[in-house]
Design a protein around this ligand. Structure first.
Ligand code: CMC
Length: 471
């Protein structure tokens, strides 16, 4: 194959008065959220084909925070070439006003509010409202929102039979993908994406029904009867009730555990354009119905590099088993010929401590304390592993820090969730983020179907060979 290599020179043409490259340091200086197309600055970048001397001017666009972007939307039309960025390491796929991450500083903001503040001072219902509507609710708005969610928690009774099609030993994430996708077959009055009211009802249904669907997936796997939602309980309490109560006796939700559950939901609520959220946006860009789009997001989340990591962390800690074996596993993680990775470590965006991991670690102590679990060997192992990894030159150089999944499994295990349910809880909590991002995309008049291009490196056109002539 012949490879053409063209080298370019990129040069920034800077208008001194407008030049800026905002990072989190001045995060509070420009607080105007742009909901749709971000502002073009007067800066451009010149692209020069060094072989021919041809030049192209590329506009630079400012967001309200974070790196500027080079606008390459007309790049193909102007140059006849594509940009190449598998894995999207340098590509902004949309503009969004929902979540901001500064990975170098370890900052996560939802609609401008720090995740640490939301986890400490707010609750999941407020965070849902914030993500969907852009502002924290006042009391009246919050009460109405909670009411709307509470009164959508029941599932169509026919859906109970849907579960029976699954084997009892199915992974609950497999059940989630199927059942959430099947919502599209049950709620026809909220699938017209052009109707704002139907979009809102779909949002509410998804957020409300996800705990019911998740709890039922668990109940089904252990052969216990499904437990119906209760309207007198909070979102987190209701989920714990549906998961752990049985009809034979009264179940009292412990407030500390409900609070921990709520906090876990907050910490997972949204994380800008991660794999599953991008999947939801891409699925939705074709006009697919919202329930099917969220099912696509669940499928994407399931992988161990993404939401499946919380399950993988616990399995890894159990496999390590004892502090003495940590060095062996650290060496394996560093060995390029070994597929093993330290699960719960590293992140595409964070090159610093994931701020969610810090809150999760504190929550972990609180839960273990409440449950009277002292000297939990898994927690001790996790802390020792973290300490050794953070001092190891390999992890230091590559800026690999614990992420949100590193400690969540320990809390969830202490709360009696089986490891197979960990990613389900992530999906439950992330649903609001998916729904908010999907809505933002649908409501953006400039959105188009997502259709990436490729660098083709297969055969050129060739003649068909009949089967009797093939070697
Ligand atoms: N253990 C050992 N080495 C690692 C790890 C790890 N956990 N993570 C990254 N590296 C190395 C990797 O081998 C690569 O080395 P080199 O440059 O020599 O080839 C370098 O660090 C960069 O890694 P990458 O895979 O190119 O980075 P990425 O941005 O494509 O992947 C990641 C990010 C999260 C998939 C990856 O760090 C990983 O697999 N971590 C473990 C799984 C995990 O904990 N996932 C949960 C992410 S947080 C929850 C969520 O938001 O989904």
């Amino acid at each position: 194959m012949i490879v053409f290599r063209i080298t370019f020179m990129l040069r920034c043409n800077e208008d001194a008065t407008s030049a800026r490259h905002q990072q989190s340091g001045n995060a509070t200086m420009n607080n105007s959220a742009t909901s749709s197309a971000a502002e073009s600055s007067t800066r451009t970048m010149t692209l020069i084909d060094n072989a021919t001397g041809r030049r192209w001017e590329l506009p630079i666009i400012d967001g309200s925070l974070g790196p500027q972007v080079v606008d390459v939307r007309k790049f193909y039309a102007d140059t006849g070439m594509f940009t190449y960025d598998p894995g999207f390491t340098s590509t902004a796929s949309c503009d969004s006003a929902i979540t901001f991450i500064d990975g170098d500083e370890g900052i996560l903001l939802h609609r401008g509010y720090r995740i640490e503040d939301l986890a400490a001072k707010s609750d999941f219902m407020e965070v849902c409202y914030l993500l969907l509507h852009g502002e924290l609710p006042n009391l009246k708005q919050k009460t109405k929102f909670e009411h709307d969610i509470t009164y959508h928690t029941m599932l169509h009774e026919q859906m109970m039979y849907f579960y029976r099609g699954f084997r009892r030993d199915s992974h609950p994430m497999a059940i989630m993908v199927g059942v959430v996708g099947a919502l599209s077959a049950f709620y026809h009055d909220s699938t017209d994406i052009t109707d704002p009211y139907q979009r809102m009802v779909a949002q509410h249904r998804l957020i409300a029904k996800m705990p019911t669907i998740a709890a039922m997936a668990y109940k089904y796997s252990i052969g216990q009867p499904f437990v119906y939602p209760r309207n007198d309980l909070s979102y987190a309490e209701n989920f714990l009730h549906m998961t752990f109560s049985v009809p034979a006796e009264e179940y009292k939700v412990r407030p500390v555990l409900a609070r921990a559950m709520d906090r876990i939901f907050i910490l997972h609520a949204d994380h800008e354009q991660n794999a599953s959220t991008s999947t939801v946006r891409i699925a939705g860009s074709s006009g697919a119905n919202p329930f099917a789009c969220i099912a696509a997001g669940i499928a994407s989340l399931w992988g161990p590099a993404h939401g499946g990591a919380n399950e993988a962390v616990l399995n890894m800690l159990q496999e390590i088993g004892h502090k003495d074996r940590i060095p062996e596993f650290i060496e394996r993680a560093k060995d390029k010929n070994d597929p093993f990775r330290l699960m719960g470590f590293g992140h595409r965006v964070y090159k610093n401590y994931d701020p969610r991991a810090k809150v999760m670690q504190a929550s972990c102590y609180e839960v273990l304390d409440e449950l009277g679990i002292q000297d939990d060997p898994l927690l001790e192992l996790a802390m020792e592993l973290e300490k050794i990894a953070l001092e190891d030159p390999y992890f230091v150089e590559k800026k690999l820090f614990p992420n949100v999944d590193f400690y969540s499994g320990i809390i969830l295990k202490a709360m009696n969730f089986p490891t197979s349910m960990f990613t389900v809880l992530f999906a439950l909590a992330r649903t609001v983020g998916w729904v908010a991002q999907w809505t933002e995309m649908i409501e953006d008049p400039s959105h188009r179907i997502s259709r990436p291009r490729q660098l083709y490196n297969g055969y050129a056109q060739r003649e068909f060979v009949p089967i009797d002539k093939r070697s």
